[in-house]
Write a protein that binds this ligand. Sequence first.
Ligand SMILES: Nc1ncnc2c1ncn2[C@@H]1O[C@H](COP(=O)(O)OP(=O)(O)OP(=O)(O)O)[C@@H](O)[C@H]1O
Length: 275
Amino acid sequence: MIEFEGVTKRFDDGTLAVRGVDLVIPSHQVTVFVGSSGSGKTTLLRMINRMVEPTSGVVSIDGEDVAALDPVALRRRIGYVMQSAGLLPHRRVLENIVTVPRLNGMGRSEATELGLTLMDTVGLDRDLAGRYPNQLSGGQQQRVGVARGLAVDPNILLMDEPFGAVDPIVRADLQAELLRLQGELGKTVVFVTHDIEEAFLLGDQVVILADGGVIAQRGAPADILAAPASEFVADFIGADRGRRALRVEHRDGVAVVVDSNGRPAGVLTEDAAPS
Ligand SMILES: Nc1ncnc2c1ncn2[C@@H]1O[C@H](COP(=O)(O)OP(=O)(O)OP(=O)(O)O)[C@@H](O)[C@H]1O
């Protein structure tokens, strides 16, 4: 479990990126930070692996304050996948995937075996192992990025808009793949996006951030859909209603969550239904 307690981040130039965030991120689930540009999503994510230090408050992993942990060691045991994959251009696919295990001292042949296995895991043809990143499609590059994030077999996988730079069809593929992978691996995934549809599709818990890095609402997608906590949230989740993947319909007095084809995906409990 990752926990934020009273976490605030003010950058040196005075920008208040995150304000008083209290949040529990449960283990083995996908938590998605969603919000408009500049709402503090990346800053929050990066405080987990100490790429950004909080100005005040505590970030802990399984009860351990990350401020007390060595940042390099911390980053080597937390997977990190970023937008446009962030691959090293002059290293081949396989070398990119196993960069961190090699830094951690893994031998070459063991690393090769691991890299190829991870290519299988993320659905990449092993024939691509010797290519350079610019010889891959955007979707393939993102898969390499995910494989690299998994290479240290982390308990925690941080994903910062990992599918932001690919076209919608490839993006849908990658989303489905992530859900499949998560079903198998059960990592603690923290995922950043500005796309509410992606957030609702992938998140067990969705955290909606408003400008200035405050939490506007958090909860399961169905609960947020059923009972937006404020006008801001209602607007934010309603912006794309036409192509919403999940929505709430009332059938015979029961609040039912249905998918884009109108098929019921679940029934809301009394507590979650709007009053
Ligand atoms: N190193 C920095 N120095 C000063 N301000 C920063 C720094 N990094 C981020 N900020 C500011 O902090 C705020 C939050 O930024 P952050 O990158 O966390 O937002 P975000 O929600 O991830 O945005 P996006 O969706 O555009 O990536 C923004 O106003 C941003 O300009």
